[in-house]
Structures are given as structure tokens and as C-alpha cells.
Design a protein around this ligand. Structure first.
Ligand code: NDP
Ligand code: PYR
Ligand code: MG
Length: 632
């Protein structure tokens, strides 16, 4: 069926089915064929250690210092540097065209068409990557329905990975709402119907006892970031079960496009323990386990096995990002694994870091220090209490006051009203620190009137909850009320940008979790910002990876937040914005990564030694570029 051969022969990748083989074939230069074949047998048994970094001419040490790994030099090679697409020999280049990691479509050069047996398999014209990008953007813009754009982009990702990332990097503001919120939410809701080819790794209750084996089925070995969900709280859309896979897939595409992590180092995972979503359980196209959610010991054991298998398979330094778990599991998972694994909960910690950055930046517009402001949240779950805690921590660092004191400047409302001390006994543990002395207040409007906040933050997952009365009350209390409607997707936003600007008579400093178009009010154009953890997690993860950090510390979140706030320029402030434009995100991510890595070294949590002198330059040099490489 195939033979193992070196350069000069017919080489095609069969990455999906033959990933293990490919790993070995990449070693073909340093090993003889006989040795290779015996290693192949070992590899298919799954007991072979990771290959040495010696398969290409590029010095792997000069790549990313083992940081964002590039063992074979494929990504680190410059555009002029030739790389070898090590393959299994087959009769034609047909399979190469179907390998998303190496396919270039019409951009294969004449020389590549000759050396990789592509003649006749492509029309005669050669396009540049830029021309392909132009054509695809034109095609994408023809679709009126966002979900069609999403599907077209997913198809591209599976057809030509570098072109997909080139599009995303160069058109981030236009495409972010497609691969990410809000469209990814709709994609998850309809995942069963739009499902074509599986993406990511599915680990269900059926795999209990075999999770390590399942991880070994994934074609890549050098995993550096895992985003994992159990699908129970997908954005503000609730329990979408196994269909939550769209979220880890989307988040990881941002890790690559925004943060420069190599696509092959990213692993999306969905843990399927069932769903309590009746509609999905009855949906004949539902792709997950058709049972109600496992809970308690059964759930905890599956997660424990997963966490253990990840560490065993990928080592201590793989970052595991928990995403969109329901809060009854999210806080516990973070608490249980933060001392034994490199874990990060994006909804609790990433969101906190991004919101704190926005608030610090907003102080330049409204004046005062953090401690001089009063904060009111609608929503006291992961995002709400996570943000509240980081604000209190930063205030405490700035004022030297104890956390218990600084927390008193922050109030939260949940579905039962203001969180106050009389409710303490019945509160979930993560709400208890926020149960301050106050009489019971049952709704948000009354809470605004009673607490008189300068900052109002929505993290309830319920759309339309910042009513006209609420925004007007904020405006009557403040010259420039800060209003953040964080809930995703757009349908769940606590208010729209138009509502915020109209009801506040243009005085609100507004940002939302999902993007809104600029709004014209009273002859002036208002540009809303996007307060979304996508500003933080890609750079944060890059910082952890390049420093070889083995644990996440709260001070690293503060470091990320500080770096983001520093990226807001005067020009941005002049537009009334508190976040920099997403079009600068690669630069922003490099700054965040450098600050996070610096903190990791300072805290003694970094293992990559010696510390690079210029962490910013180092971070930049580690970032994946989606420009095509030239093949021998
Ligand atoms: N912009 C961003 O970067 C991010 C945005 N988010 C968004 O934030 C939202 C919440 O996420 P998360 O915190 O994880 O969710 P949780 O389920 O952990 O928390 C939701 C909170 O909202 C409260 N709530 C629900 N309905 C109401 C209501 N009608 N009035 C008042 N409070 C209400 C709940 O109250 P109770 O406890 O009483 O049930 C709970 O405290 C989601 O829409 C998510 O998409 C999340 C992370 C990042
Ligand atoms: C943005 C995000 O992580 C969320 O809405 O859950
Ligand atoms: Mg999330």
C-alpha cells in the first residue's frame, strides 16, 4: 500500500490516518529504513517516546527555544527556506492536496507541482497566497447569513490551514464575529445539523478507563494548549452538551491567529457526560450521548482520569484551559487542579483580567482610582465573581488594604436580588465573600438606586436586563457611567450599544462581550468596545508556554491585565474606547505574553532557563506565521 522512502521519491502526507507514521517518517533522514520500519511498529503500538528535534536542517533551538514547539522547523522556516513535507510514498500528489496542514491549492509553485506529483491535479495557473486570500474574502462577503460564513471558514480550515489562519490574522476584526462570538454560539446550537467532519477530540463516558488511549489517537504529539469544555454553559446559551465542541475549536483558532500558538500544538476537547437539554435529547441529529448528565462521583472520576491522562501523555507544561463549564463544576475543577496542573479557567480568570484592564483604562476617562469607584454586577457566577475578586485584589495591592476591606466596594446581584449578609447561609461558596451588610434588595434597578455604583457590569447571561430605567439611573448618578454588558452571544447582551448610548444621552462608556456596530447618536458617532476574554487568553497562554510555566498564579492575571491596559493609546481614548483595536491583537498578545512570562520568572514558576533577556522580542519570535512555506 505504501513504502517508506526518503527525499526524491513520491511523498504525500496522510496525516489523519497515518499521523504516527508521519512522525516516524520525519525521522527518516537520521535513521535507516530498517530501523524506521521497526520504530513504525513500535509507534503504532503507541509506546514510542517523542522523536528528537533533528528531522530538518533548521536548528530547532533557534526556532522557539523549545517554547512554541516547532520540532520540524515547518513553521519557523522563512518563506525562502525550503522544508520537506515528509510523507508516505503513494502514487500521486492527490493526498497532498487533501492534507490541510500542507495543502496550498493553486499556490503550489511550478517546481512543487513537479516534485510532489501534482501535475494535472491542478489547473495550470499559480496563485499567490495573497490572491487566494483576496478571492476567499470576496467569496465570504457574498454570504448574507453569518452561519454560512462560519461553515465556509470551517471548510477552509479543514482544506488549507495556513490560508485559514492568514485570513483570520489579516482580517481579524471582520472574521472574529464569525469564528467566535456571536456566530460560534449559533454554530454550537446547530452543530448536529451542520456537522461534516469531526474537529477536536471527543471524550465521553464510553471512554472511561481508556482516556489515555483516546489521547493517543490524536495525530499530534507536541500539544501545548488544550481547551476543554463539558458543554454545560456554552456562552449564555446554556447546556449544549457535546455540541459545545464549537467553543474549544473556536478558542484554539484564536490561540493560533491572535496568540501565535502553532495549530498543531492546540487540542480542542469536549467531555461528553450527557446533556440535560431536553430539546437536544429529542433531536435526531444530536451528536452526543443521549442521556442526562452524569454528576457527582461519576463526573469527578471521568475528569480526574482526563486530567491524569493529559499530564501523563503531554507532561507538566501543557496548559489546560477550562471553558464554559457550569459554575457548579468550574470553581471546583479550578480549585482541585490548580496546584497539580497548569490550569486556567477562561471564564473566571481570563474575563477578570480583561475587565480589570478595561476598568484601569477607563479611569483615564472618568478619573479617580479603582478604590474610589463602586462596582455593581448583575450576575454572580463565574464571570461576575471572578472579575470582582481580581478587582478587589488589585485594589488591595494598590491601597495596601486587606482584601476583606476592598471587597466591600463591590456588590453583586444574582437571580434572587442583591447578595447581602442575610442570605449568607443559602449562598453558593463563591458568592459568600460578597455578602455585605445591607438590607435585602430584590432587583437591579433598586440595587442601582441603593448602591449608587459608578460601574455597572452585566454577567448574567440574560439579554435585555439593563433596561432603560437602569441605564437612566446610572446616568443620573454619574457624569460618565461605565457600563459593560459582557454576556454572550449578542442575543444575551444585557443591553445593546444603541440602547446604552441613547438612554445615557451619549454619556456612557460602553463595552460589550459580543461586538456591536458603531452607533450614531445626536449627530455623533459612538464606537463601542468589545470586553471579551479573547484579548487575554491567547497572549496569556503564549506567555505561559514561552516561559515553561508549570502553574498559574493570580499575579500573572494582573500582569496580563496591566499589559493590555498599557496598549490603549491616546488615540483610542479620544474615541471614548477602553480597549485597543483587535486589529493590533498580535502585538497586544506579544506584550501580554512578555508580561506574563516576566511574572512567571519573578515568581519562580518558569522552567525555561535561562530567561531570555528581551521577553517581548522573544515572544514575537515565537509566534506562528501562516505564510506558506516552500517545499523541496
Ligand atoms: N465577555 C466575556 O469575555 C465573557 C462573557 N461571559 C458571559 O457571561 C455570562 C455569564 O457567564 P457565567 O458567569 O459563566 O455564568 P454563571 O452561570 O456562572 O453565572 C450567571 C449568573 O447570572 C445570574 N443570573 C441569571 N439570570 C439572572 C437574572 N435574570 N437576574 C439576575 N441575575 C441573573 C445567576 O444567578 P443565580 O446564581 O442566582 O442563578 C448567576 O449568578 C454568559 O452569557 C457568558 O457568555 C462569560 C465569560 C467571558
Ligand atoms: C467569551 C466567553 O468565554 C464566554 O462568553 O463564555
Ligand atoms: Mg467562555
Amino acid at each position: 500500500m505504501f513504502s517508506l522512502t526518503g527525499s526524491g521519491s513520491r511523498r504525500i502526507f496522510l496525516r489523519e490516518q497515518w499521523s504516527s507514521v508521519v512522525v516516524l517518517l520525519r525521522l527518516v533522514r537520521s535513521k535507516g529504513k530498517g530501523e524506521m520500519e521497526s520504530m513504525l511498529k513500535e509507534d503504532l503500538r503507541g509506546d514510542r517516546p517523542a522523536p528528537p528535534a533533528a528531522a530538518v536542517d533548521i536548528d530547532p533551538k533557534s526556532t522557539v527555544g523549545g517554547g512554541v514547539e516547532d520540532v520540524y522547523g515547518e513553521d519557523r522556516a522563512t518563506e525562502d527556506h525550503l522544508v520537506t513535507p515528509w510523507t508516505i510514498s503513494v502514487a500521486s500528489g492527490y493526498t497532498l492536496l487533501r492534507d490541510p496542514h500542507h495543502n496550498k491549492g493553486l499556490a503550489f509553485t511550478e517546481k512543487e507541482r513537479d516534485s510532489h506529483y501534482l501535475r494535472g491535479l491542478l489547473p495550470p495557473i499559480c496563485f499567490t497566497q495573497e490572491l487566494q486570500e483576496k478571492k476567499l474574502m470576496h467569496n465570504l462577503r457574498q454570504y448574507q447569513i453569518p452561519l454560512q460564513r462560519y461553515m465556509a471558514l470551517m471548510d477552509l480550515q479543514e482544506r488549507n490551514e495556513r490560508l485559514f489562519y492568514k485570513l483570520l490574522v489579516d482580517n481579524v476584526e471582520e472574521l472574529l464575529p464569525v469564528v467566535y462570538t456571536p456566530t460560534v454560539g449559533e454554530a454550537c446550537q446547530k452543530y448536529g445539523s451542520i456537522f461534516r467532519r469531526p474537529q477536536g477530540l471527543y471524550i465521553s463516558l464510553k471512554e472511561k478507563g481508556k482516556i489515555l488511549e483516546v489521547l493517543k489517537n490524536w495525530p499530534e504529539r507536541s500539544i501545548q494548549v488544550i481547551v476543554v469544555t463539558d458543554g454545560e454553559r456554552i456562552l449564555g446559551l446554556g447546556d449544549l452538551g457535546c455540541q459545545g465542541m464549537g467553543i474549544p475549536v473556536g478558542k484554539l483558532s484564536l490561540y493560533t491567529a491572535l496568540g501565535g500558538l502553532r495549530p498543531s500544538a492546540c487540542l480542542p476537547v469536549t467531555i461528553d457526560v450527557g446533556t440535560n437539554n431536553e430539546k437536544l435529547l429529542k433531536d435526531e441529529f444530536y451528536i452526543g450521548l443521549r442521556q442526562r448528565r452524569a454528576t457527582g462521583q461519576e463526573y469527578a472520576e471521568l475528569l480526574k482520569e482526563f486530567m491524569g491522562a493529559v499530564k501523563q501523555n503531554y507532561g507538566e507544561k501543557v496548559l489546560i484551559q477550562f471553558e464554559d463549564f457550569a459554575n457548579h463544576n468550574a470553581f471546583e475543577l479550578l480549585a482541585n487542579y490548580r496546584t497539580s496542573h497548569l490550569v486556567f479557567n477562561d471564564d473566571i480568570q481570563g474575563t477578570a483580567s480583561v475587565v480589570l484592564a478595561g476598568l484601569v483604562a477607563a479611569l483615564k476617562l472618568v478619573g479617580g482610582t479603582l478604590a474610589e469607584h463602586t462596582f455593581l454586577f448583575l450576575g454572580a457566577g463565574e464571570a461576575g465573581t471572578g472579575i470582582a475578586e481580581l478587582i478587589a485584589l488589585e485594589m488591595s495591592k494598590q491601597t495596601k488594604a486587606p482584601l476583606e476591606e476592598t471587597r466591600k466596594k463591590i456588590w453583586l446581584v444574582d437571580s434572587k436580588g442583591l447578595i447581602v449578609s442575610s442570605r449568607r447561609e443559602s449562598l453558593q461558596h463563591f458568592k459568600k465573600p460578597w455578602a455585605h451588610e445591607h438590607e435585602h434588595v430584590k432587583n437591579l434597578l433598586d440595587a442601582v438606586k441603593a448602591i449608587k455604583p459608578t460601574v455597572l457590569i452585566g454577567s448574567s447571561g440574560v439579554g435585555g436586563t439593563f433596561t432603560k430605567e437602569v441605564v437612566e439611573a446610572m446616568t443620573s448618578l454619574n457624569e460618565k457611567p461605565i457600563i459593560l454588558a459582557l454576556s454572550n452571544p449578542t442575543s444575551q447582551s444585557e443591553c445593546t450599544a444603541e440602547e446604552a448610548y441613547t438612554w445615557s444621552k451619549g454619556r456612557a462608556i460602553f463595552a460589550s462581550g459580543s461586538p456591536f456596530d458603531p452607533v450614531e447618536y445626536s449627530g455623533k458617532l459612538y464606537v463601542p468596545g468589545q470586553a471579551n476574554n479573547a484579548y487575554i487568553f491567547p497572549g496569556f497562554g503564549l506567555g505561559l508556554v514561552i516561559s515553561g510555566a508549570i502553574r498559574v498564579h493570580d499575579d500573572m492575571l494582573l500582569a496580563a491585565s496591566e499589559a493590555l491596559a498599557q496598549q490603549v493609546t491616546q488615540e483610542t481614548f479620544n474615541k471614548g474606547l477602553i480597549y485597543p483595536p483587535f486589529s493590533n491583537i498580535r502585538k497586544i498578545s506579544a506584550h501580554i505574553a512578555a508580561n506574563v512570562a516576566a511574572k512567571a520568572y519573578e515568581l519562580g514558576a518558569a522552567t525555561r532557563l535561562p530567561r531570555p533577556e528581551n521577553l517581548l522580542k522573544y515572544a514575537e519570535s515565537c509566534m506562528y506565521s501562516p505564510v506558506y512555506r516552500s517545499y523541496r
